[in-house]
Design a protein around this ligand. Structure first.
Ligand code: SF4
Ligand code: SF4
Length: 331
């Protein structure tokens, strides 16, 4: 996976922020963190892999339970993961925290649906005075018009318009998605339409590709990460499915898929110059390693070393998703 072109990036560190777990859609394959979906999560990640994840995080959990008591740890963990749409971002505290690191950040907002956060556009405006954002959104929000009018497209590195075709059809929101996509594109945002390559869709790929093409949208399919009919994906895609979905920009073959999501023993910059953030603002190494790197509303402190991935399967390999930042970390 190291055949990408070397490029300069204008930021030193990346925070992937699940800014809310709440969403206006309800896709069957959704893997947004939610305590009620914990069993589904174990099922999707594979029970053996989940057991390893639990054991890697167990010592910290026991230590915390000993210090704070198990009920408090349970309440805090639940609060960290629970959908929270109504809470606004504390913008002054956030900017103070970012400034104190003396780094330039890429802040990627994901969810849930980020536009459900009440002051989301104000937060983007404040962040992009000095830093950069990227955005994962289902592009159904009426707020997108005001986002386009407020935010400078040059400071938004990428907008991934997550395209959940069946769910949008069911809720009659397909037209809204298309309108918002076209508006963002016209305003100069680097927007892409990424659809989950759910095995269920494999017979309709060409139909949807053509439909969206006619509307001026090129769909990219991204691998489904989860279980379907007792098989774990992405490793269970057949050669024919891979060809049909034509995953872009990567992975393009079964070997690429395995290299991308099966990371055991490979070096990773998670926690070094990349971290994930939960709706509460708490930040940690990555979604599977619960090692704190602080809180975006108080203090962020990265670790001094890269790590070797301890897990067989990772659904969100941070080193692969930003290869240039990974290279920077290796230097
Ligand atoms: S749009 Fe995304 S966050 Fe919302 S339900 Fe669908 S997959 Fe989950
Ligand atoms: S590949 Fe990186 S991000 Fe994924 S689990 Fe391993 S250490 Fe975490």
């Amino acid at each position: 996976m190291n055949n990408h072109k070397k490029k300069e990036i204008p930021y030193d560190a990346w925070l992937l922020w699940t800014v809310t777990n709440a969403c206006n859609l309800n896709c069957p394959y959704c893997n947004a963190s939610n305590p009620e979906k914990i069993l589904k999560k174990f099922y999707d990640l594979g029970f053996l892999n989940s057991a390893i994840i639990a054991s890697v995080n167990l010592s910290k959990l026991l230590e915390q339970s000993f210090q704070k008591g198990p009920f408090r740890v349970y309440r805090e963990t639940k609060a960290k993961l629970t959908p929270e749409a109504g809470t606004a971002i504390d913008i002054p505290a956030l900017i103070r925290t970012l400034d104190a690191t003396q780094k330039i950040f890429k802040i990627s907002f994901t969810g849930g649906e980020p536009f459900l956060v009440p002051n989301f556009i104000d937060a983007c405006e404040a962040i992009t005075k000095k830093h950069y954002t990227t955005l994962f959104s289902n592009l159904t929000s009426p707020q997108i018009k005001s986002f386009c009018e407020t935010i400078d497209p040059r400071s938004v590195l990428e907008i991934c318009g997550s395209l959940h075709i069946k769910e949008l059809e069911k809720r009659r929101l397909l037209e809204r998605y298309i309108e918002n996509f076209i508006l963002l594109k016209a305003k100069g945002f680097n927007v892409s339409a990424q659809a989950v390559a759910h095995p269920d869709l494999s017979g309709d790929v060409e139909k949807y590709r053509l439909y969206f093409k006619e509307k001026g949208i090129d769909i990219v399919f991204v691998p489904f990460r989860g279980r379907y009919h007792w098989k774990q994906y992405p490793k269970s895609y057949t050669g024919q499915e891979i060809e049909r979905f034509g995953f872009g920009p990567f992975p393009k073959s079964h070997t690429d898929i395995m290299n991308c999501f099966y990371r055991k023993g490979k070096m990773c910059n998670a926690g070094f110059n990349v971290g994930v953030v939960f709706p509460s603002g708490e930040a940690q190494t990555c979604f599977l390693i619960d090692q704190s790197i602080g809180n975006v509303f108080t203090k962020i402190e990265f670790h001094n070393n890269l790590i070797k991935c301890p897990f067989k399967y990772c659904s969100c390999p941070l080193n692969i998703y930003d290869p240039t930042l990974f290279e920077k970390a290796c230097q």
